[in-house]
Design a protein around this ligand. Structure first.
Ligand SMILES: [Zn+2]
Length: 77
């Protein structure tokens, strides 16, 4: 289940961008902070950040989220 959050999670590994034109999942343990990379802070600021229960890539995938190409790779879109 995806749960909206309003600040950076400290106890989660995966963070999703629920914006309907994005729908990607990021690995916070491997976050890329370059100009056009993960943009985690921007996702949170825009109110589009979600975390998953359980906190796994498989769970995010099952909810329709695709791999971020920067921190996970292997985008399937
Ligand atoms: Zn990412």
């Amino acid at each position: 289940m995806a749960i909206p959050i309003s600040s950076r999670p400290t106890d989660k590994r995966y963070l999703g961008n629920s914006d309907s034109s994005h729908m990607e999942v990021h690995d916070l343990d491997n976050e890329k902070t370059g100009a056009n990379e993960c943009q985690i802070d921007e996702i949170i600021k825009a109110g589009n950040a979600v975390v998953f229960t359980p906190d796994t890539l498989e769970q995010a995938k099952s909810e329709g989220y695709d791999n971020c190409k920067f921190c996970i790779g292997g985008s399937e879109r």
